[in-house]
Design a protein around this ligand. Sequence first.
Ligand SMILES: [Zn+2]
Ligand SMILES: [Zn+2]
Length: 246
Amino acid sequence: MKLVFLGTGGYHPNNRRHTACLLFPQIGVMLDAGTGFFRAAKYLSGTHLDIFLTHAHLDHVIGLSYLFDLLAVHPLERITVHGAADKLPAIQEHLFSPTLFPQMPPYRFQPVEQFQPLPDGGVLKHFPLEHPGGVLGFRLDWPSGSMAYVTDTTASPDALYSGSIAGVDLLVHECYFPDKYKDWAIKTGHSWTSAVARLAAKADVGRLLLTHINPLCEDDDPVDLSLARSIFPATDVAEDGMEIGL
Ligand SMILES: [Zn+2]
Ligand SMILES: [Zn+2]
C-alpha cells in the first residue's frame, strides 16, 4: 500500500513544504487536510475519500475548503470527514461560515470511532495527545503493515501514548524544532529532535519519518538529522511528494 506525503510542514506553507496532509491514494484515506490537500486529485483513483483529522487548527483543516477543485478534476461519490466530536461542529460553523466561504462543500461529518474499519481489512485507532485544545494520534493496522501518525504534541520517551504506537512499521511524528529550540517546543506544544528519536527507539518502531517541520526553516536539514540518527538510525525527514510503501 502506498502512502504519499502531500504536505510536511506546520503552521503555514513555505517554498518547500505545504502544511499537514498524508494520503493513501489507493484506498482513499487521508490524514489531516492542510494546504497540501490541493495535490490529492492527481493521486486518487477511487470514488470515496475518508479524511481523518487530528484536530482543527487551521494548518490541519484549511485544505477542506479546496474540495471543489479536487472534485472538478476527480469526481467523488462520498467524502467523509472524521474527527473528535467536539471539533467537527467548530469546522462546520467557523471554517464554512457563509461569511468566510460561499458554499458548504458536500462533506459528511462523522465522529471518529474507537475502532474505525479501513479498506483492505485495516483498522484505525485513536488516542489523545497533549496540545492546546487537544489532539488525536492515529494508529493504522493492516494485515500487511502498520503505521502511526502523531503530530502537534510534545514527544518524550515516557509519553502516555508510547504504548499506542509500540511496534509499528512506520512512525510519522512531528518534529517542529531542533534541540536548540527545545524551550520553544515546550512553550508551543511541539517536539524537538532527540525526544522524538528516543521515543521511536523506546516504542521499537521500524522506521521514523519526521514531519510538521518549522516553515521558517527551508534548508536540507531542518531538525539535525545526524543527532536523530545517532539515537534512532532509521530516521528520515519527510518531504512533500515522498511516497512510501507499507
Ligand atoms: Zn500543526
Ligand atoms: Zn496544532
